[in-house]
Design a protein around this ligand. Structure first.
Ligand code: MN
Length: 364
């Protein structure tokens, strides 16, 4: 991993030059920036504060997390155990009194915000969520290694799971088999709730598995991810169940054609990825391919963005969407997931995670 101070330095580089201090609060809902800037891979750190300035990183935490923090903290981080509300106020005031401070407004509940204002007495509080996103969207070597490992596990699980397909099984049963397979391959937890769709359910991009039974000729769509030390993967595969005996079936040919169209759209998009292009340029390549295939038969059936940045969060900020002005840069990891959805019939989505390099995209 980059040293902690270099991550902090990068965040400040993306902020307004007049910003003096940053306070990252981890409440009940973990702020991914807290994980990014602390480097911690264990512990909940509820209501802990990271105090960042150009030259220092200080953690204020409770006795509950103190030992975890001490064992995981890099040598650049000062860890302080807070035992009372009064102590918290004292430390916040010492850090921020009269200064301009930055917070990540999306993760600071109003109650905590008021508390910071009252306790720390800053001159001004500004939102730095954009600077945090801009910093985190470029991955360092340690982050890339973790995501690669997570991707490897999910990819392998998506191959091995095919042995488990049995006529009559339910989506829930297959989802549970997938999760246990993924965990046996080393996933620390699913990066989101595993999506399994049979048949026409595959036309619903975020269908949750239920007791729908698998029938011959059905689409099987699985969208799933693993987590390694806080970092996510996100992949999708679509299969046609019992494909080998379906060759002359009319629906089978239609399904196969949908699949091939999505696959082509994905290949074209991946091939076009280059630093300097914008997120929307890549989305549009896939969109136009799908819209124009087979005299427009699938026009308007690709109904979401082509991809999203992946990291600590499975949707780690921006990506390939119709309006994305994100300028592509080496070190970004983004999913590429075109799809075609025909309500009442089924759907196909194929998703891989790519790393942008100097000369194009590397499929992880
Ligand atoms: Mn995705």
């Amino acid at each position: 991993m980059d040293s902690l101070s270099s991550r902090v330095k990068k965040v400040f580089e993306h902020c307004d030059k007049s910003l003096e201090q940053i306070i990252i609060v981890n409440t009940g809902a973990a702020d991914p920036n807290f994980l990014y800037l602390s480097g911690f891979t264990s512990g909940l750190f509820e209501y802990s504060y990271l105090l960042l300035s150009q030259g220092s990183v200080t953690l204020l935490t409770s006795v509950l997390e103190y030992e975890t923090a001490r064992s995981e903290a890099s040598k650049e981080m000062k860890v302080i155990c807070i035992n009372s509300s009064k102590e918290l106020s004292e430390h916040l005031e010492k850090f921020a009194d009269g200064k301009k401070i930055g917070i990540n407004e999306g993760f600071v509940p109003y109650l905590i915000y008021k508390g910071i204002k009252k306790r720390a007495k800053p001159k001004k509080i500004v939102d730095i969520s954009d600077a945090l996103l801009e910093t985190r969207i470029i991955k360092d070597d340690e982050e890339i290694a973790r995501i690669r490992k997570a991707v490897g596990i999910t990819k392998l699980a998506l191959v091995l799971i095919q042995k488990e397909f049995v006529e009559g099984m339910t989506e829930l049963q297959l989802a549970s088999k997938f999760d246990s397979l993924s965990s046996s391959l080393g996933s620390e937890e699913p990066s989101f709730k595993t999506i399994v769709c049979f048949g026409k359910n595959a036309a619903l991009p975020h269908h949750f598995p239920d007791d729908t039974k698998l029938r011959r000729g059905d689409f099987i769509l699985i969208d799933a991810g693993a987590k390694i030390r806080n970092y996510c993967s996100d992949l999708t595969r679509t299969f046609i169940f019992g494909e080998e005996v379906l060759k002359e079936n009319k629906d089978y040919l239609e399904k196969k054609r949908m699949y091939d169209t999505v696959k082509q759209a994905q290949l074209k998009a991946i091939k076009a990825i280059k630093p300097g292009l914008k997120g929307k340029d890549i989305h549009n390549i896939a969109q136009e391919y799908i819209d124009n295939a087979f005299s427009g038969e699938y026009r308007g059936r690709f109904i979401h963005s082509l991809g999203h940045s992946i990291g600590i969060e499975v949707h780690d900020g921006q990506g390939f969407s119709p309006n994305s002005d994100l300028v592509l840069k080496p070190g970004m990891i983004i999913s590429v997931e075109p799809g075609i959805y025909l309500p009442g019939f089924g759907g196909v989505r194929i998703e891989d995670d790519i790393l942008i390099e100097d000369d194009g995209a590397l499929v992880l």
